[in-house]
Design a protein around this ligand. Structure first.
Ligand code: CAP
Ligand code: MG
Length: 466
């Protein structure tokens, strides 16, 4: 069943240490073996027909090999594909995207194609800067290494529209209520009503004030996202004024500029907060690249904090899938789980601080922490600035909810002696952690059977456990 005259399926092949492994879900109008050949060919050295220009060296050393196929039906299933390191222009993510995440999405015999996961070999990972400080670095700055408690973050709301002074006033209230971290929203940049520099200067005054009034070191992440030159200019400016962290809308900025700006932040010893706005554009349909793939790039390139969803809030992603996203950036070693459609990955760079954000309020903190653990930025916009008594009370309620969860006390009980939490729970109904806990237990106990069932029923079933 060769494609374009050459064969790419080699079930006996054992991937080499330096190979990239790509896990793909594919479905189409032809047998899965044919689909496998086509994908491997088109994403590596082949095309639709035999070539007079092909030679043995290219074939033997550079082609992709499908070394495992798990059928879901005769025309769909999971494919494991190995690509040799030599195939790639290392340190050039664009070339990787154009190869492995490129033409294959347009092939007409495919009815579905999802790049579920990719394992990057150490030799490749090493070429990128990696996080400058990661979890430890950020904790050290904020002073939470010892306590290990979750950080509390907020996004000033409304998303856009406030003047620099109004913005800074809201931020001050949030910090005073207990936030460790304040950030711009993804679509706040350098608009007329709130120029970047004016906002930043107001915010530096606020963070200094918090330090002198409370002794706490808090973070403000200004959104520097733009074309590369302007990001670099803003980075220079905030770095000159001693800013510890910058925010980048990593997905929409794109890998090329991102790689460059993360090298700069790393060199300047500035942390990065990675907001993923837009990622779902390509991860929710039949043709998709999962966020697992992107987050690996973001870790390699150097995000210190990264949005990964919540599993319990307003953004897509089932609890177990979000847990997987968390493990990929926060652990040094992640094992393979077939039913989740993901691969093992070892890391040599620093763990990234996960940011759980989107539809979070005190009512879901119990469930959130049951899923994410303590190394997380619990981030709430509406869930703080929508509190009936305002921003400061909103931040307090969130801190109380976090304290309650850490003490193992359900939020409604803790609310009996904590008025901000009580007032929050009057408008947002408490959501106990039961479902999350049940899913986690199920995952641990039934991994094997879940794997088989998922495979026999296809990607939709696998997604149920995402
Ligand atoms: C959250 C947020 C974040 C989302 C992004 C928003 O606001 O500021 O951008 O969390 O999604 O604009 O929606 P709320 P994700 O707290 O008011 O929901 O973290 O999944 O990337
Ligand atoms: Mg936002």
């Amino acid at each position: 069943m060769a494609y374009g005259g050459y064969t790419y399926i080699d079930r006996k092949y054992r991937p080499a240490k330096d190979d990239f492994i790509v896990l793909v879900w594919a479905s189409g109008t032809v047998p899965i073996e044919k689909i496998a050949e086509a994908i491997a060919a088109e994403s590596s050295i082949g095309t639709w027909t035999k070539l007079k220009t092909m030679n043995k060296r290219v074939l033997d050393r550079l082609k992709a090999r499908v070394f495992r196929i798990e059928k879901s039906s005769s025309k769909s299933g999971l494919l494991w594909i190995a690509y040799p390191l030599e195939h790639f222009d290392v340190k050039n993510i664009i070339q990787f995207q154009a190869s492995v995440l490129g033409n294959i999405f347009g092939m007409k015999e495919l009815t579905g194609l999802r790049i579920l996961d990719i394992t990057f070999p150490e030799k490749y990972r090493k070429r990128f800067s990696g996080p400058y400080g990661g979890i430890k670095g950020i904790r050290k700055y904020v002073g939470t290494v010892k306590s290990g408690r979750p950080h509390l973050g907020t996004i000033v709301k409304p998303k856009v529209g406030l003047t620099p002074k109004e913005f800074a006033d809201v931020a001050y209230e949030a910090y005073m209520g207990g936030c460790d971290f304040v950030k711009d929203d993804e679509n706040l940049s350098d608009q007329k009503f709130c120029p970047f520099r004016a906002r930043f200067e107001e915010m530096m005054e606020v963070t200094d004030r918090i330090r002198s009034e409370t002794g706490r070191k808090v973070l403000y992440a200004p959104n520097i996202s733009d074309k590369y030159e302007r990001m670099a200019e803003r980075l220079d400016f905030i770095h000159f004024h001693g800013a510890p962290i910058a925010m980048v809308d990593v997905f929409v900025v794109g890998y090329s500029a991102l790689q460059e700006i993360f090298e700069e932040t790393h060199g300047k010893r500035v942390f990065t907060h990675a907001h993923r706005a837009g990622y779902a554009v390509e991860s929710r349909g039949e043709f998709a690249i999962t966020f697992m793939v992107h987050e690996k790039f973001y870790r390699m390139l150097g995000a210190d904090q990264l949005h990964i969803g919540t599993g319990v809030g307003k953004m897509e992603g089932s609890p177990l899938y979000i847990k997987r996203l968390r493990d990929i950036i926060a652990l040094q070693k992640v094992d393979e789980k077939l039913y989740l459609g993901s691969l093992a990955q070892e890391w040599n760079n620093k763990p990234v601080m996960p940011v759980a954000s989107g539809g979070v309020g005190p009512e879901v903190v119990d469930a959130l922490l049951a899923l994410h653990g303590k190394d997380v930025v619990v981030q709430a916009g509406g869930g703080i600035h929508g509190h009936p008594d305002g921003t400061r009370a909103g931040a307090k309620a969130m801190r109380q909810a976090i304290d309650a969860a850490l003490k193992g006390i359900p939020a409604p009980k803790y609310a009996k002696t904590h008025k901000e939490l009580a007032n929050a729970l009057k408008i947002w109904k408490y959501r106990p952690p039961n479902t999350v806990k049940k899913l986690l237990a199920q995952e641990r106990k039934r991994a094997k059977t879940l794997g088989k069932r998922a495979l026999s029923k296809g990607i939709k079933e696998i997604e149920k456990y995402w």
